[in-house]
Ligand binder design. Sequence first.
Ligand code: ZN
Length: 206
Amino acid sequence: MKIICIGRNYADHAKELNNQVPEEPVFFIKPDTALLRNNSPFYLPPEDFLGEIHYEVELVLKINKAGKAIPKQFASRYYDKIGIGLDLTARQLQQKLKEKGLPWEKAKAFDFSAPISMEFIPKQELNIKEGINFSLEINGKTVQQGNTKDMLFDFDEIIAYVSKYVTLRTGDYIYTGTPQGVGRLNKGDLLKAYIEDRLMLEMEVR
Ligand code: ZN
């Protein structure tokens, strides 16, 4: 099982990090040891180790069929459920690695850097055509709000693109990118992630 993450898929977020809006999808992979399930708390790593940890709320596709070089018109057959997750990022470390032109793995793939909702919603229950709303609340305040119609690359384009390079397998997850409003996690924060009005993921920072 692998976790594929799409970077810079919402223009307003790419801009807030001073990144160019990409012409083709940007993706990277987290290992299965990055998953944090069952609304378990997240323990902040020592700051002198990874620096600041930032949250990025993202809709997550659950792949239900193996495929390689999937044509876009068939891509929707390869995922059946949508959940929500956090792509936790050691932002200062990522910045340093980016400046040096090095891979981001240390800043993105560390243990428990991919909290994920327990529940996934069957895709037929969501209005993918009209756009799906999702959001993140920290300590009762909404900090990120997105709608999938603002994605630069939609779900089908992502699946078609990624599967040209990497075979998708049943059980893989695709984190589909984050909207504007990312920020730092602090000890004691309580995070709640929603798809439409449905509370999907709760996570305490310790
Ligand atoms: Zn992300």
